[in-house]
Design a protein around this ligand. Structure first.
Ligand code: G
Ligand code: G
Ligand code: NA
Length: 255
């Protein structure tokens, strides 16, 4: 209940802001894009992680309202970056289950893109595999196909932590797998996890799906993943989630 009240307040007072975390092409070191991550801006305490709001993501009304606010802010930021000639690559946003299954999610995203005058190819949508499992399959399929046909990339988030995901890779238009950070953080100590990482990378290669490793914190992890054919990396080693106004300076000092 308190998460719902907080979410309501954050929406009313315009406390919801996207932070941006870089994704890096491991082979070249170039910035490939950013993931937008929700922060709520407490007037005294500053930017807060989304955990206190998490149960509001699942609320049919608030989940959709929060997602719409995030998308609008992200598209506004993207518009201003492109207008100033800054190449930020592809921007990924997270869709909660309540948003994704709301029935007209794809149409609303495409509508906002058109209003902002932005090409769909700039946008990637991250969904967890639990969003795709055991629900209204026709609805999921329609939403994925509509987004995909428009040129928006679909990423499967937290890959490897759910179940039944392999069937979804063939059934649905998935462009990106995000290898969960629980594997990335532990493969050096647990050989079993190194094997899982390798298996996911092989799978990605065979299905022509881009693999992003999440939670890279050390240069050794980045090197291992690069040497084993992982396309992209994300994590504190490359950069923490940052406010929109820090993105241009970050890109400026990167190369
Ligand atoms: O940013 P942080 O590391 O604290 O994110 C914690 C969790 O919240 C992650 O699983 C992330 O996917 C989720 N999350 C972050 N931003 C959003 C958002 O805008 N929408 C949804 N649905 N989930 C988000
Ligand atoms: O599941 P998703 O990819 O949306 O999760 C993103 C979450 O992971 C955010 O909360 C973000 O702050 C966090 N995160 C990003 N990079 C790292 C990292 O290198 N280490 C850890 N522990 N968390 C990270
Ligand atoms: Na995500």
């Amino acid at each position: 209940a308190s998460a719902l009240r907080l979410a309501q307040k954050a929406l009313e007072l315009d406390w919801i802001v996207p932070f941006y975390q870089p994704k890096v092409t491991l082979g070249t070191g170039a910035i490939a894009g950013f993931e937008a991550l929700l922060r709520w801006h407490h007037p005294r305490l500053g930017p807060q992680p989304p955990s206190a709001l998490a149960s509001a993501f699942d609320d049919p009304r608030l989940g959709v309202a929060i997602g719409e606010r995030m998308l609008a802010s992200v598209l506004r930021d993207l518009r201003s970056w492109l207008d100033t000639g800054l190449d930020v690559g592809t921007i990924a946003i997270n869709a909660s289950a309540s948003e994704f299954l709301s029935g007209d999610y794809a149409e609303r995203v495409l509508h906002q893109l058109r209003l902002a005058g932005l090409p769909a190819s700039r946008l990637e949508i991250e969904v967890t595999e639990t969003v795709l499992v055991g629900r209204d399959a026709a609805n999921v399929e329609h939403t994925l196909q509509t987004l995909s046909a428009a040129g928006i990339k679909i990423a499967l988030d937290d890959f490897g932590t759910g179940y039944a995901s392999l069937t979804h890779l063939n059934k649905f238009p998935v462009n990106v797998l995000k290898l969960d950070r629980s594997f990335v953080g532990s493969f050096e100590k647990e050989p079993g996890n190194a094997a899982i990482v390798q298996a996911v990378l092989d799978l990605g290669r065979k299905l022509a799906i881009t693999v992003v490793a999440e939670g890279i914190e050390t240069s050794a992890q980045a090197a291992f993943l690069r040497d084993h054919g992982c396309d992209l990396g994300q994590g504190y080693f490359f950069g923490r989630p940052m406010a929109a106004d820090a993105v241009s300076p970050f890109i400026g000092t990167w190369s």
